[in-house]
Ligand binder design. Sequence first.
Ligand code: GCU
Length: 452
Amino acid sequence: MREMRSDRLAAPFPPRRLRIERVRRSRVRQTSSVAVTVLLVVVATGPSDAAPPVNYDESKVPHYTLPDPLVCRDGTRITTPQQWRTKRRPEILELFRSEMYGRAPGRPPEMSFEVTGVGEAFGGRATRKLVTIHLASKHARVAIDVLLYVPRKRQGRVPAFVGLNFRGNHSISTDPEVPLCRSWMRPGPGVVDNRATEATRGVAASRWPVSTILDHGFALVTAYYGDIDPDYDDGFRNGVHALFPPPGGRRSPHDWGSIAAWAWGLSRIMDYLETDPDIDRRHVAVMGHSRLGKTALWAGANDERFALVISNDSGCGGAALSRREYGETVRRINTSFPHWFCDAFKRYNDRVQDLPFDQHMLIALIAPRPVYVASAVEDRWADPRGEFLAALHAEPVYRLFGKPGLGIDRWPPVDQPADSGFIGYHVRHGKHDVTAFDWRQYLKFAARHFAR
Ligand code: GCU
């Protein structure tokens, strides 16, 4: 039995439940003076578009109908991989580009790679490489510092994990030879005047088990996401956006936001990896957590050079279905992070049911390449169940290619990965984070797929 809830592909969208909700709310307003006071305070203090309370109640998830990944806008049903590749996949990609993440440019006019340092690390188990990607146009110059750890015990080229980090390359381990990141950084412990200090060296080490990754024969490649685009709303004037100012300075509602910029940066890192003699370019997995998990999925959807894609707790705008409106919603994400998506996405703030896609189709764009979606049971903001359902509903596209998907059709128990097919999934115990448990599954999944 497939999991049959309000996530049916073909069920009509019944507006009745929503009407009942509205009636209930207006009754509360009439009868409760507390509610009236709260309402007045909200009005008096400002936000005209106060979002409804966050929903964590499964019974309040609205009924919805998911668009069928295998039915084109003109009604054509896709029945062959060839049709998917030439017709439906480009159509879906273009819809995500124009309505959600925004359209990114191609390679920049000028790009060069500078190896600034090579040394030994991790007690001689790794070669550390420091590489700067220089990007330039006639409008701006941008430098992205890439850190690579390559296992020294190897025969020939090695497969790699590539992922952006939140706090600078120096934060992923205590390796003293990694230069302190000098780029703008969000406020946080050890960050002074938006710059990292030595106090932040190694602070993200628990999320990057470099030794274990090396022991499994993989290289680890990372860069600070703020080198690509600083994570604040500056009207898209800094970071890689500055390389490509829109004509006349006027952005279109479909121009790229920051997630698209970070994903574009991952592709530039892939450009470099294709030139690195130590890396097996056919076996590069892209991985990311949270907003960078959204980024990993979008990078993998756009750039088929990524042979495997991993989304760790990516939530709304990543692996979670938007139509469920559980935890973070489209309205909330567009309000808190107006620079992450293109402006056209804001049109769906209050009508997610009109989106011409949902996030199962983002996962489907990765087919037939292996993809792994991971959730954490306490990470309700990211809607763990909605992440599972998106993975489940991507399956028809994998089946079209003759590839097994999840191998299960119900949300699995906590800490029991479903990893036998081309779509991997787990919901682990604990909070929003990247843990040793998560990495154990990714290493196993990638080793199995890359061994083929
Ligand atoms: C916020 C945001 C999420 C995002 C997360 C993160 O919680 O609402 O969408 O995934 O930050 O990137 O850490």
